[in-house]
Design a protein around this ligand. Structure first.
Ligand SMILES: [Zn+2]
Length: 260
């Protein structure tokens, strides 16, 4: 265990009513409502604030018919975190719901996998089945950020700070990465879209937006290997996260969950 231990928060910023059949390859025999929450995450400790993903804007929500609840930076502000001052932002992957709003972090270096930039700017994007969850302006924005010297590329696993590391999983996208954090209750893994819901990894029923199904299924095992226990894996979009973990205060109930 690392000597440095961090606080970790999930911050909900949007919601989308979906049916269970839309959340699994092959659908769901007991089809019913299975809504999706949208989160960004804050890792804080030892004088560091690391934001994981940046969410999407109200304008994007309107265009994609998602229910936008608040700007992710407002959620961060509830925790005393000023987006303008954040130095490190991990972009788990370049889908619109994870990298939109990147421009609201003007002092940040973006941490991204080589393979994710390759994927988002490469041959597969001519096919809507792969490009549908990307917004080209976000991708171009990351290219511009790179030209401005603000992207830190990682090729596989990397240490971001003592007790905070990045791990390439792929599957959902070519270069999806997850974040492993040392906390007071052991190694926690922010899985992002390596598993949208608890059910995807627990029942080994992959989510249907996918680059490589085999890598996605392999990823469930990697998550378990990285985490202290299955209860230390935080899925990317599951509303259960806000039920299973407490709010830091009454005012943040239903918005923020403390994960450590
Ligand atoms: Zn997502």
């Amino acid at each position: 265990m690392s000597a440095t231990q961090y606080e970790v928060y999930a911050i909900k910023y949007a919601h989308h009513a979906r049916r269970a059949a839309e959340n699994f390859i092959g659908g769901d025999p007991h089809d019913g409502p299975m809504p999706l929450d949208y989160f960004v995450w804050l890792v804080r400790g030892a004088g560091r604030e690391i934001v994981v993903d940046t969410g999407f804007s109200a304008a994007t929500a309107a265009r994609r018919q998602r229910n936008h609840l608040r700007c992710p930076t407002e959620g961060l502000r509830l925790l005393g975190c000023d987006a303008n001052a954040v130095k490190d932002v991990v972009i788990t992957h370049l889908h619109y719901d994870h990298v939109g709003n990147f421009d609201l972090f003007p002092a940040a270096t973006y941490h991204l996998q080589d393979l994710e930039m390759n994927y988002a700017t490469g041959r597969h994007m001519r096919q809507p089945v792969f490009s549908g969850a990307f917004d080209v302006e976000d991708v171009v924005g990351m290219v511009r950020s790179n030209y401005a010297g603000r992207v830190s590329f990682h090729d596989g696993d990397a240490q971001l700070a003592p007790g905070v590391s990045l791990h390439l999983i792929g599957g959902h996208t070519m270069g999806l990465q997850v974040v492993r954090v040392a906390t007071r209750r052991g190694w926690l893994v922010l899985a992002s879209d390596a598993s949208h819901f608890y059910a995807n990894m627990e029942q080994v029923r992959p989510f249907p937006i996918v680059y490589n199904v085999a890598a996605m299924v392999e990823g469930y095992g990697k998550l378990r290997a990285l985490a202290e226990s299955p209860a230390h894996i935080i899925p990317g979009h599951d509303p259960l996260v806000l039920e299973r973990y407490p709010a830091p205060s009454g005012a943040m109930h239903g918005i923020v969950a403390r994960l450590d």
